[in-house]
Ligand binder design. Sequence first.
Ligand code: TYD
Length: 218
Amino acid sequence: MSGFFVVFEGGDGVGKTTQIDRLATHLRAAGRDITVTREPGGTALGVELRQAIMHGDHVAPRAEALLYAADRAHHIATKVRPALEAGGIVIQDRYIDSSVVYQGGARGLGDEVERISRWATEDLVPHLTIVLDMEPRAERLDRELDRVERETAEHQATMRQAFLERAGLNPARYAVIDAARTIDEVAVDVAAAVDAALVKVGIVVPPAAEGLEPWGTP
Ligand code: TYD
């Protein structure tokens, strides 16, 4: 597989969407196709599964875990693997670690959740997982939360630790980045971590051109 697969993980509201946008802009300079995608909901079927998951009423934890796994199986097989096989760079919002932390940890389903996801994806492992790390903010509980956020809000502190533990187990494939800083500061660290991992697979991103006028600096 000649492409590069980078995943963003972290608790709710750590700024993944903004950082993914920034990284996509940065990586366009690498001259590869960039696919930005997410779980759940990165495909047409995934959008339907996402609706089912976010279903207003209680969803049995094992049913919920299997819906995430079904979304993931279809998403990886039909969108992510083909993009990687074509040599592209895939930037993905959430992957297996979210299932391990949310379903395995917060919902108490344990290690089997990881096995199910690995089976679902035929063991596709990201080249790099960026964990955006931040202390959960209490004021977030004031805004309107969807069902999943409501049911996991009280576990945010434990889930933060669980993401950090996953990263600690495999430091070569993870970068933990302090997300409690300005967007620019975080983006610089994300780009540096991704550029370093890209070099290892032989992809070089030219020095940042974003923010410059097309004719260069004065
Ligand atoms: P989403 O609405 O995409 O928001 P964000 O990622 O920006 O917080 O989040 C989807 C929710 O689903 C989020 O609360 C985490 C949860 N989730 C799981 O519980 N398990 C999973 O496997 C995935 C991918 C997400």
